[in-house]
Design a protein around this ligand. Structure first.
Ligand code: KIV
Ligand code: ZN
Length: 515
């Protein structure tokens, strides 16, 4: 079996999803989970984008011990220096430097001729070689680059000492046959190709990212790049869990495997979904809520007789367990701690106290508490700094014949409490209008969604909102047994993310648009 290295870019390309703004603590939390999942490399961010991004990459670099931590850089010395700074303290640092090579990018974006692109990339790798023993070079938009120039660029990167050469289908334009043929051509024609690892990096604009990545593996790719849940720019990146399970389930066909701990897939997916605020669609392969559900009578009958009639992999393999009723009002701290350990959470004393208080609060409102409820409580936002706003109290009135009305009191850091009352087009709208008035912020609600965490009338409701202020878009999440309270909490969470963005010079993702 060939080993395929997994390069996770959830924290970089994944974070480029519109509205996703992970703070440093959230990045570190996801990085720890990626370590448990067993990724070989993880790209933590783009340090030159902003001081905030540099600091977040540095925090990940210092926290991760069992995977190589990668920082992204354009082919510029200042960017490379920013990655050097960001990766200080990393156990196994790696620089990822890129330059676009396609005719469209050369002409319109870079305004450079082929020889200038080659020289710029060459001098960037040469400069980087003084400081990094591991360098990955990416030919941005390699998929739409002329075959001979692509091969010339790859040969140059090998001569200059790159460790990995990445061939991205940046705009998700290719089909599997074409993408696979690129890898075959490079393997067959480029001198010294055996000295580097060739990497596949696909985007999903035409829904072919997974198929294209598998085609690259069949044609010699040593590494694949992707994100958890397939999040990323536009339609997203290759979903790592899909590649892992395709290689596992069809090892007879691919003859290749990853080093991933497959049973950590479900937990990683859930954590990424919660902290990014990006819901996983029910029908998403491997990690969707319906991925292992059997609805039709014929299928259920087959499953009862023999699981393999309709199941090509088991939910347990990727870490899904049957939802259990675990705790209730009378459960004590010890049982609570044990249950968290079972779910993979080892909390410090102070965190445990905080979580236990939240659990008791929930147990007063909800009779039976399941694993999903506990996870929903634990995966609440982890602020980097004290929050700007807090929901102190909320009340509303609703009647079928009367206009709804809401009153809120919001705590504002350094100022105390502010209250406001407002009406609106429905109760949620009234609550949001009242919060707007209390905080005095001008924002636009771009998206609102609500779902139940578990079954039953007393289920926890989980609300996700996307909010915009000027150029900045953020997502917020709120959880409560009351959906209106969850709505208010999601809104306040998004407002806090906006406030955190404003505190950082250039924002967390950077004011400079680099692509
Ligand atoms: O899609 C892409 O080309 C990228 C590069 C920066 C590798 O993300
Ligand atoms: Zn990309």
């Amino acid at each position: 079996m060939r080993k395929i290295h997994i390069f996770d870019t959830t924290l970089r390309d994944g974070e480029q999803s519109p509205g996703v703004n992970l703070n440093t603590r959230e990045k570190v939390e996801i990085a720890h989970q990626l370590e448990k999942l067993g990724v070989d490399r993880m790209e933590a961010g783009f340090p030159a984008a902003s001081p905030g991004d540099l600091a977040a990459v540095n925090a990940v670099a210092r926290a991760v011990k069992n995977a190589s931590v990668v920082g992204l850089s354009r082919s510029r010395e200042a960017d490379i220096d920013a990655v050097r700074e960001a990766l200080k303290g990393a156990a196994d640092p790696c620089l990822h430097v890129f330059l676009a090579t396609s005719p469209i990018h050369r002409k319109y974006k870079l305004k450079m001729e082929k020889h200038q692109v080659l020289e710029a990339a060459q001098s960037a790798i040469r400069y980087a070689k003084k400081y990094f023993s591991k360098i990955e070079f990416s030919l941005e938009d390699a998929g739409r680059t002329e075959a001979d120039f692509r091969a010339e660029m790859v040969a140059m990167a090998i001569r200059e000492g790159a460790y990995v050469v990445n061939i991205p289908d940046t705009v998700g334009y290719l089909n599997p046959e074409e993408y696979g043929a690129i890898f075959r051509h490079l393997k067959e024609t480029v001198p010294g190709i055996e000295k580097v690892q060739l990497s596949a990096h696909c985007h999903d604009d035409l829904g072919m990212a997974t198929a294209n990545t598998l085609a690259a593996i069949l044609n010699g790719a040593d590494q694949i790049e992707g994100t958890i849940n397939g999040i990323g720019e536009r339609a997203g990146n290759t979903a790592i869990e899909e590649i892992a399970m395709a290689l596992e389930t069809r090892s007879d066909y691919f003859g290749a495997k990853t080093g991933l701990v497959l049973s950590e897939i479900a937990r990683t997916s859930r954590l990424v979904s919660k902290l990014t605020g990006m819901n996983v669609p029910g029908n998403k392969a491997i990690v969707g809520a319906n991925a292992f559900a059997h609805e039709s009578g014929i299928h259920q009958d087959g499953m009862l007789k023999e699981k393999t009639t309709y199941e090509i992999m088991s939910p347990e393999t990727v870490g899904f367990k049957e939802s259990k009723l675990v705790l209730g009002k009378h459960s004590g701290r010890h049982a609570f701690r044990e249950q968290l350990l079972e779910l993979g959470y080892k909390l410090e004393e102070e965190q445990l106290n905080e979580a236990f208080a939240k659990f008791k609060d929930l147990a007063d409102k909800k009779k039976e508490i399941t694993d999903e409820d506990l996870l929903a409580l634990l995966e609440e936002r982890l602020p980097d700094a004290p929050e700007q706003y807090g929901l102190e109290s909320l009340s509303f009135s609703f009647a079928t014949e009367a206009a709804p009305k809401a009153s809120v009191t919001v705590s504002v850091a350094g100022e105390g409490n502010r209250s406001a009352e407002a009406g609106g087009n429905g109760t949620v709208d009234s609550i949001y209008n009242a919060i707007d008035q209390a905080v005095g912020e001008e924002v636009t609600l771009v998206d609102y969604s609500i779902q139940a965490v578990t079954l039953g009338k007393d289920a926890l409701g989980e609300v996700h909102v996307t909010m915009r202020q000027g150029e900045t878009e953020v997502r917020g999440r709120g959880v409560s047994t009351d959906v209106l309270e969850a709505s208010a909490r999601a809104y306040i969470d998004a407002l806090n993310r906006l406030a955190a963005e404003r505190r950082l010079p250039g924002g967390r993702k950077g004011a400079e648009k680099v692509w």
